[in-house]
Ligand binder design. Structure first.
Ligand code: ADP
Ligand code: MG
Length: 769
């Protein structure tokens, strides 16, 4: 309406004046000067021209050239200059929450504003976004969620998908959806940004979209491989010739099993290579990167090398924390007057995050322990030294056995190059690759896209709830479609847990599950928790399983930590019940203000418990929105901790994550249908007990390392399994049923059994409605 348009126009003028005022201020000028020094600036006009003339463009450019912070800002600025500011709405997606947060903060600062004015962000659990926010940085997941309720992205003028080279599952998924959306929204602009030069792939996916490359500049970085590093840090016993031997063996093997580096490494026998250099052996355990080696390398840099920050690439959060603990105990590296030791990973607090970008004081060396997120999405300017352990924790998926694996696996050549490049931002740098050259040579060129290496359950559910038609047809249109067997497994699973019906239509349960920001099985647990009025403890379990385990297992105090956890488990034979009790204890301690001591004494991570706390709040309000909960948060648990009910609900959620328990005289044999013999992680309270008085364990996560390990487990009885364990016949559990002996038959005949079964039918109906 004309009135509306007048308001918009006035707003736009206001925005233009504000922007001008900032740009003309002294601080604004200084900022502009910095921004003009970035390589992206030279391409500004061309970029804007391309954006206005094409519906889709692909932009590539070296990390740090200014894609993420500048390009969205150029668009925003030019819209505001053209007095279209109030009408524009730019969304820029990031694969990780931490980059969405840090980038938005940076862009707001570059515009001389506070976050939440024209620039904001939104990630799961957190956001800073106001009525006037025109440029929103969000995680890819958040945009997908928005598409759930707003199929056409009404009002959005530009979508920028960042870091597409990473080929995350959500990004690949989003690209299919956006490609379908473009004809329906001809005025919508789509900009794809990538740190590598494989723009062609994306361009052709979008019918030959034009591409722009931003030439960047980095200083040369010298690459050192393990051979030189051992010499450099003074391994007196370093047997070069043996390393050469090793390289020879490796190459020989490599030609035999060209496909698998890991295999070859397992075969190369390090014991014979080094009986005297035990240390170098420990640094070579292919499953855990060598902390001692990293420590020595860091020590060398801190004491012998020129000034400059150090960036260490580790495999994951656990490793980072354990290494940080170890380094803090080191006489030099743990001395805060010499070393500023920081961690950088996806789930840390934003206050901690900011420290990473700050310069360390004079004479203090900044050392940042990071996951592979520091490869492309975060740029720490003053890095001169990079230490690369050569591995990244990567989810992979074994479709044949339907088993997800989370293993530290060797990175690709592209990733190693990228890591190395991080050292050359401000001056020539050094990169220490903690593996021999020949191992590098055997790396794959690029990493496999996530869509091809993870279970697809949540994704399939999303496809259905977004009404995108047949799952397999939809996924066949992906940039690189997943294997039919993986898709089929996911669909079967969703049918099994009752989220899809026989015809692959979303059931009522499925619809509820699709709005919960957790895996389907955990969503089902929440819904059952609501139905049985035991939501409070179940929310704790789900929050812990979907986020992270708060139980800490420090390297050197493993025994103490394990016994602290065992104390919470009591005689429950359940990691999940232990979690509930630990969390409840923390809440009590918090009320009485001794939560710090409580966490310390019990080896619990206060940070994780706090995150669990806020996840619980989010679950609660989402469930309230769906109408499944009516009461207040403090009244959503009628039973205290009813151990049996907990087991039942946990079983209902985690089924068919199930293994049978056979107590032998000296050991316990655990078996799953798919894997046969499985083992328990030593962190589990059920590990190392003499006997488990339950015929079954349900678990959330199993991981294939050498054997298959269950991460967490809860003992359940036969009747719980029968009543709550989903549709047993479809789970392919016939074998297990035989093991149950005549139990089922007994149940069928017995009147009590009749009662149970009708109860179960009711329950199924209840869930479906
Ligand atoms: P790209 O997306 O191309 O990798 P970015 O836009 O993220 O590049 O970063 C461009 C430059 O902006 C970086 O080189 C860095 O110097 C600077 N920068 C980015 N974030 C921050 C920050 N939080 N604090 C200070 N400088 C930053
Ligand atoms: Mg970027």
């Amino acid at each position: 309406s004309p009135a509306m348009e007048r308001i918009l126009h006035r707003k736009s003028l206001e925005l233009r004046n504000q922007q001008k005022e900032w740009q003309e201020s002294p601080e604004g000028q200084k900022m502009i000067e910095f921004r003009r020094s970035l390589p992206a600036y030279k391409e500004r006009d061309l970029l804007l021209k391309f954006v206005s003339e094409n519906q889709v463009i692909v932009v590539s450019g070296e990390t740090g050239c200014g894609k993420t912070t500048q390009l969205p800002q150029y668009i925003l600025e030019s819209e505001i200059e053209a007095t279209r500011g109030a009408a524009c709405s730019i969304i820029c997606t990031q694969p990780r929450r931490i980059s969405a947060m840090s980038v938005s903060e940076r862009v707001a600062a570059e515009r001389g504003e506070k976050l939440g004015e024209s620039v904001g962000y939104k990630v799961r659990l957190e956001g800073m976004k106001g009525r006037n926010t025109r440029l929103l940085f969000c995680t890819t997941g958040i945009l997908l969620r928005r598409l759930l309720v707003d199929r056409n992205l009404k009002g959005v003028t530009h979508v920028i998908v960042d870091e597409i080279h990473e080929r995350g599952m959500n990004e690949d998924f989003l690209l299919i959806v956006l490609r379908d959306l473009l004809p329906r929204r001809p005025e919508l602009r789509l900009i794809l940004m990538s740190a590598t030069l494989n723009a062609e792939l994306f361009s052709s996916y979008f019918g030959g979209a034009p591409t722009i490359h931003i030439p960047g500049f980095t200083y040369p970085v010298r690459a050192q491989f393990l051979e030189n590093i051992l010499e450099m840090i003074g391994y007196r016993l370093t047997p070069y010739n043996q390393i050469d031997d090793y390289a020879q063996t490796f190459k020989k093997r490599k030609s035999q099993i060209a496909s698998s580096v890991e295999d070859a490494l397992d075969v190369a026998d390090f014991k014979s290579y080094s009986s005297r250099t035990r240390e170098s052996l420990s640094c070579w355990n292919p499953d855990s990167i060598g902390f001692n080696l990293i420590e020595r390398v860091l020590c060398h840099i801190v004491t012998k090398e020129r000034p400059g920050a150090v960036l260490v690439f580790m495999t994951g959060w656990d490793d980072i924390n354990s290494l940080k603990d170890q380094l803090q105990a080191h006489p030099i590296l743990g001395d805060p007057s010499r070393v500023l030791l920081l961690a950088c990973h996806g789930s840390m607090a934003s206050s901690e995050q900011r420290l990473i970008f700050d310069k360390a004081e004079d004479g203090v060396r900044k050392v940042v322990l990071a996951t592979n997120m520091a490869e492309t999405s975060i740029t720490i300017n003053d890095v001169v030294f990079v230490v690369d352990c050569g591995k990244a924790k990567e989810t992979s998926y074994d479709a044949l056995n339907n088993t997800p694996c989370l293993l530290p696996s060797w990175i690709s050549k592209a990733a190693a190059r990228q890591r190395r490049g991080r050292a050359g931002r401000v001056q020539p740098g050094e990169c220490y690759h903690l593996y021999p050259r020949c191992v590098y040579d055997a790396f794959a060129d690029y990493q496999l896209p996530e869509l091809l290496r993870t279970p697809l359950q949540s994704l399939c559910l999303q496809i259905k709830s977004l009404q995108l038609g047949s799952i397999s047809e939809f996924l066949s249109r992906a940039l690189q479609p997943p294997e039919p067997l993986s898709v089929q497994n996911a669909v079967e699973y969703l049918k099994l847990i009752g989220a899809l019906d026989e015809n692959e239509n979303l059931t009522v349960l499925g619809r509820h599950l699709s709005v919960l920001p957790v895996e389907p099985k955990l969503g089902k647990m929440l819904i059952l928790g609501a139905i049985f009025n035991c939501l409070d403890p179940i929310m704790t379990v789900v929050a812990g399983l979907s986020f992270r385990d708060p139980f800490l297992m420090p390297y050197d105090k493993k025994d103490l930590a394990e016994s602290a956890k065992a104390h919470f488990a009591g005689r429950d034979y359940s990691d999940h019940l232990a979690l509930i009790r630990a969390y409840n204890g923390w809440k009590d301690a918090e009320r009485q203000q001794y939560d710090y001591e409580y966490c310390w004494k019990n080896f619990l991570s206060a940070q994780t418990l706090k995150a669990i706390d806020s996840l619980r709040k989010q679950f609660f309000y989402l469930l309230k929105d769906t109408g499944l909960v009516h009461q207040q948060p403090e009244n959503c648990n009628a039973w205290g901790i009813d151990e049996h009910l907990m087991r039942a609900v946990i079983c209902a959620g985690l089924f068919p994550g199930l293994c049978s328990v056979v107590n032998k005289e000296k050991s316990i044999a655990l078996k799953t249908m798919e894997d046969g013999q499985v083992l328990l992680y030593s962190n589990s309270v059920n590990a190392g007990v003499p006997k488990i008085p339950y015929p079954w364990l349900v678990f959330n996560e199993k991981v294939k390392v050498n054997s298959v390990f269950l991460r967490d487990s809860t003992g359940v009885s036969d009747s719980m399994l029968l009543l709550f364990g989903g549709k047993i016949e479809r789970a392919g559990l016939d074998g297990h049923l035989k093991m149950l002996g005549g139990y089922l038959e007994f149940f069928m005949k017995d009147t009590l059994g009749e009662m149970y079964l009708s109860l179960k039918r009711e329950l199924d109906e209840l869930i479906q409605n």
